[in-house]
Design a binder for this molecule. Structure first.
Ligand code: DX5
Ligand code: ZN
Length: 225
């Protein structure tokens, strides 16, 4: 994974689970599969766990991008390393020893990410940014698909991009929540390179939705500095 291009990551949370294999087939032209794990504590919702992750892993050739919205990432991270995740992202707000968790993920040969809720400032990452493969900027308050993009996140993305530049590092910047073709180029101009989209992908023509988001995102790439 590099930041030379944009990556589109459909969020399985918005798929029709009664026909999951078809849904996965329909988005095979995407770059990653985003897998939201919710525990009913860190966020006010429950989603799915390890057994479904393993099935999704087997049923799609796309890399599995696991987003852990759980209160106890120290306990949960190893489960998803075992399940075959390619990227594991935990929330800054949920952990107490981020460096240890990042080390644990790296020792399994897996990419490590940290997620920030909309209200969590970018400066929290000063001490750990050099170690990260990915930073996930939540562009809605986590817990549900189909919410509106929090507009203040554009500024936050630019702050994060500036911090990475200052540190001389290039973790992938991922945005998650309210992403659609209409705002794809702007978030890429702000520095995002991985675009998660749930409701904007899993309605109507899924393959075309992925392509529409990618096309708009690439326009942002041409214009980003
Ligand atoms: C929200 C999840 C997202 C969600 C995005 O807490 O982390 O991944 O599926 O859904 P949309 O794209 O519909 O906002
Ligand atoms: Zn997510």
């Amino acid at each position: 994974m590099t930041s030379d291009d944009v990556l589109v990551a459909p969020s399985v949370l918005s798929a029709d689970f009664t026909r999951l294999q078809e849904e996965l087939d329909d988005v095979r032209g995407a770059d990653l599969l985003h897998f939201d794990v919710m525990d009913g504590h860190f966020v006010p919702n429950l989603s799915f766990g390890v057994a479904i992750a393993q099935q999704v892993r087997r049923s799609s050739s796309l890399p599995l991008d696991v987003h852990l919205m759980v209160e106890n990432p120290e306990e949960v991270v190893p489960w998803f390393l075992e399940a075959g995740a390619d990227v594991v992202t935990f929330h800054w707000e949920a952990q107490t020893h981020a460096e240890r968790l990042v080390d644990l993920i790296h020792r399994s040969g897996v990419k490590a990410g940290v997620a920030l809720n909309p209200a969590t400032p970018v400066c929290c990452l000063e001490s750990i940014i050099d170690e990260l493969d990915l930073v996930l900027v939540m562009t809605v308050n986590p817990g549900f698909g189909g919410q509106g993009f929090v507009e203040g996140c554009h500024r936050k993305l630019r702050q994060l991009t500036g911090m990475c530049r200052d540190h001389g590092v290039e973790p992938l910047i991922e945005v998650d929540g309210g992403i659609k073709a209409a705002n794809a180029s702007q978030v890429v101009r702000d520095g995002a390179r991985v675009l998660v989209a749930g409701s904007a992908v899993f309605s109507g023509d899924r393959a075309r939705n992925v392509e529409d988001i990618r096309r708009e995102a690439r326009r942002g790439l041409q214009r980003s500095v």
